[in-house]
Every structure is written in C-alpha cells, then in structure tokens.
Design a protein around this ligand. Structure first.
Ligand code: DGL
Length: 262
C-alpha cells in the first residue's frame, strides 16, 4: 500500500534522465523524486539488452527500499530493454519512454525525420514496431559515444560529432530531429545552432510527464500536499564528483526546457 506522499523513482544510465526530471518536476511540483544515475554501469546503449535488464532490476530493488510509489525509466534504451519484464514483475506503475516518432510524423511535410538514439534503442523490437507505424521519412541514426560527451560536458567534441553526423543530410530536407536518448536533450541548444529554425527538435520528456500524471491520477496516487516536493540524487558512481554535477544538470535542463515540447 502506498501513500500519496511517497516518492517517485526515476532512473537513467547517467545524467540524461535529469532532462526528463526537469519536465516531471515542472508538471508535478508537489511530488518527491528519487533520482538514480547508474553512472558506474554507463553507457547502456552499447551493452546487451540482458545486461541493461539486470541493472534495471537491481535499481528497482533499491528503489523499493525507499518506498517509491511509481517508477519512470528516464531512458529510451532501458525502456526498450527492460520495461515489459519490469511491468510483468511489479505492481507499481512503470512509465517508460520512446523516441517521439509519432509527433515527428504528424509534423512532417515531405522531408526527413532524423532519429538520434543509441544503437540498442534502434536495434530492439520496440523501435521497429514504432517505425512500422510512424516511420515514414524517418532516418535512424545510431549515435555510439555521444552520451559520453554529454556526461563529460564536452561541447566542442559534441559539436564536431553532430556536424559529422548531419553532414550527409541537406538542412532544408530535415523536417525534424527526434532526440531518442534523454542525454541528447542537453544538446538541443547546439542542434538549434546547427539546423535551420524551421526544423523541429522533438523529445519525449513532456509526453512522459503527462503520462506519469495520468497514471498517478488514475490510481489516486497524486501528491495532495501544498508545499514543493523534494528531489534527491543517487548514483552508482562516485557521489562526491557526481552529486554536485547532477544538481547543476537539473538547473541546466530547466534553462533549456522548451515551453511546449512534445
Ligand atoms: N539516456 C539513455 C537513453 O535515453 C541512454 C544512454 C546510454 O546509456 O547509452 O537512451
């Protein structure tokens, strides 16, 4: 039995999920959030699906000891690898993420929708099923090594990576760029600089926040307290180095949060 004031667990392989956390806390400011960055075992996107499932199960065990009332997998890769198995085993709501292919398809006007994600996300059946429905004009672009540049906050290297990645595609033919990895949301300002202002840059964070709100409301689990919720950060990596970085990344994510992302 859970209380409405119990925290919501949120996890990712590292700081990427903090971009999701920014949307979650904006939509649900009275909730407590318990965020876990699995930095010691990052990256997820170049591992096997089994390895990522084992990490997700271990993180869920840890979250249960903190009484979480729901879990957000703030990671497209871990959702593809682990969400069905976690849902089958858990009684609390498990909210996952997927690349925003549907909104991109609805906005498309005959050009390309570039889908940037980890190799695992693009390889697993979840993406294949999504692409079968909404993949017209979608160009999947696996980006091994890109999450590491976000973790290191190496903007110059990230810019060089993106310039090379985008070089084969004429800018006027790119209708949208789908950020299919929560780390890449931190690259939004860089992409805005590199792409025409007519290109939509889409992520799944706001949709995930709306879904979490709906599910908590359905189960009568929305916090009913008046005061702002608390956010705590946890990591499998070195807490001394990472906890201050995680707080700073939340501030950064809030600065770049679009008013109406999908
Ligand atoms: N942030 C993650 C995602 O949304 C994964 C990055 C990684 O660990 O490779 O897919």
């Amino acid at each position: 039995m859970h209380l409405t004031t119990d925290p919501i667990g949120v996890f990712d392989s590292g700081v990427g999920g903090i971009s999701t956390l920014a949307s979650l806390t904006r939509r649900l400011p009275h909730e407590d959030f318990w965020f876990y960055g699995d930095t010691r075992f990052a990256p997820y996107g170049t591992k096997t699906a089994e390895e990522v499932l084992h990490r997700a199960q271990a993180i869920l065990r840890e979250m249960h000891s903190h009484q979480v009332k729901a879990v957000v997998i703030a990671c497209n890769t871990a959702t593809s690898a682990a969400a069905p198995a976690l849902r089958a085993a858990e009684s609390i709501p498990i909210i996952g993420m997927e690349p925003a292919l549907k909104p991109a398809a609805l906005l498309r006007h005959g050009g390309m929708n570039l889908v940037l994600a980890t190799p695992m996300t693009l390889r697993l059946p979840k993406y294949q099923a999504l692409a079968a429905l909404w993949g017209e004009g979608a160009v999947p672009l696996p980006c091994p090594g890109l999450m590491e540049l976000v973790e290191q906050q190496d903007n110059a290297a990230a810019e060089a990576y993106l310039r090379e990645l985008l070089a084969p595609y004429p800018p006027e033919r790119i209708d949208s760029v789908v950020l299919g990895c929560t780390h890449y949301v931190f690259l939004r300002p860089l992409l805005q600089k590199l792409l025409p202002h007519t290109t939509s840059i889409l992520d799944g964070n706001e949709g995930t926040a709306r879904q979490l709100e709906r599910v908590l409301a359905d189960r009568g689990l929305l916090s009913d307290r008046e005061e702002p919720g608390k956010i705590t950060f946890h990591t499998s990596g070195d807490p001394k180095a990472l906890l201050p970085l995680m707080s700073a990344m939340l501030e950064k994510a809030r600065e770049i949060l679009p008013a109406d992302s999908c």
